[in-house]
Design a protein around this ligand. Structure first.
Ligand SMILES: NC(=O)c1ccc[n+]([C@@H]2O[C@H](COP(=O)([O-])OP(=O)(O)OC[C@H]3O[C@@H](n4cnc5c(N)ncnc54)[C@H](OP(=O)(O)O)[C@@H]3O)[C@@H](O)[C@H]2O)c1
Length: 297
């Protein structure tokens, strides 16, 4: 029996989220059925997961979540990401955000989206103000609860300092540690919630040889360079505990289509933070070889 997942305040937004969230980037493709999504969400609810993250670019993910969550909408906070991909509307404009919000409300079958992220919006677009203002209008109209930003590096730094967002989403993992001495503590000090994306660093230990997908390959190369020792623990547990208990992280968004993987990570989190010797060696490895690695979008 796994204890129900602890919850944490999402910065000063007034929302509370489970330390483990479901990243729904893996349920948008043809290999996933509606029954698979139902099973995954039923497991998530049983474990006490209270936040689900999707995006306009995750195939059928929003639509499938909308259908599956219609009967249990109250059990989860819904997070999505947009700013692009509206037919006939230029990306990264006010109208793209407005139409994106309205489209997401329809696909997610809800009256309000709890967290709405500008999805890897470039810094110069943020600075122009138009898309941020459109997002704020959606909040004032009651269509969105919390305006949020998802991205990395200089755009993330700008977003954190802008005062325009209640939460940010960024990569935090064994292979994405640079942010732990930058945007994450800065966000915390300003009262922002922090959602950790790619919290297992795309689970690079699974691959004997360099994987094909470029983002996963980069994680694999970093993982090898770090040359870490799991001290006999399973890597998924080490990686999840590292990210979930990193200072400033509110919740980890585990990307999975597998109820068993969700259960495994929830069980690992019940063990609490990593032993200080293990944590120290992971941080030291980053200091040795990882300083300056950019955040992986
Ligand atoms: N804003 C952005 O631009 C952005 C970018 C990337 C990700 N994200 C968010 O972050 C979420 C997670 O990111 P991600 O999927 O790229 O990375 P991740 O969570 O670090 O890794 C996911 C990968 O690990 C596998 N996995 C999950 N649990 C496992 C376990 N216990 N043992 C072994 N393998 C396991 C998954 O496969 P299985 O399906 O087989 O479990 C999947 O291939 C996304 O769903 C999304 O919500 C956002």
């Amino acid at each position: 029996m796994i204890p129900t997942l602890p919850r944490r305040p999402l910065g000063t937004t007034g929302l509370t989220v489970s330390v483990l969230g479901l990243g729904a980037g893996r349920i948008g493709g043809p290999e996933t059925s509606e029954a698979d999504v139902d099973r995954l969400l039923a497991t998530a609810a049983e474990l006490g997961v209270t936040v689900v993250d999707t995006a306009r670019s995750y195939g059928a993910s929003e639509e499938r979540l909308g259908r599956a969550l219609e009967r249990r909408r109250g059990a989860f906070l819904l997070s999505t990401k947009l700013g692009y991909g509206v037919p006939g509307v230029p990306d990264w404009t006010g109208p793209a955000v407005e139409a994106g919000v309205d489209g997401a409300l329809v696909l997610l079958r809800t009256d309000v989206i709890d967290l709405l992220h500008l999805h890897s919006c470039p810094r110069d677009v943020l600075e122009r103000g138009e898309v941020v203002e459109a997002l704020h209008r959606a909040v004032r109209a009651g269509k969105v609860r919390v305006a949020a930003y998802s991205g990395e590096n200089d755009a993330l730094d700008w977003a954190v300092r802008s005062g325009a967002f209640g939460a940010v989403q960024c990569s935090v993992s064994l292979v994405d540690q640079e942010v732990l001495s930058g945007a994450v503590p800065e966000a915390t000090s300003r009262g922002l919630g922090v959602l950790a994306k790619r919290p297992l660093g795309n689970a690079p230990w699974r691959f004997e040889t360099r994987p094909e997908a470029e983002d996963v390959a980069e994680a694999w190369e970093r993982f090898r360079a770090l040359s870490l020792d799991a001290a006999g623990e399973p890597w998924d547990a080490v990686a999840a505990r590292f990210t979930a208990f990193a200072p400033g992280v509110t919740s980890i968004l585990l990307g999975t289509a597998s109820p068993a993987h969700l259960v495994a990570v929830a069980s690992a989190l019940a063990e609490g933070p990593l032993a200080s010797a293990v944590l120290g060696s992971i941080r030291a490895a980053h200091e040795r070889v990882g300083r300056g690695w950019p955040g992986r979008i």
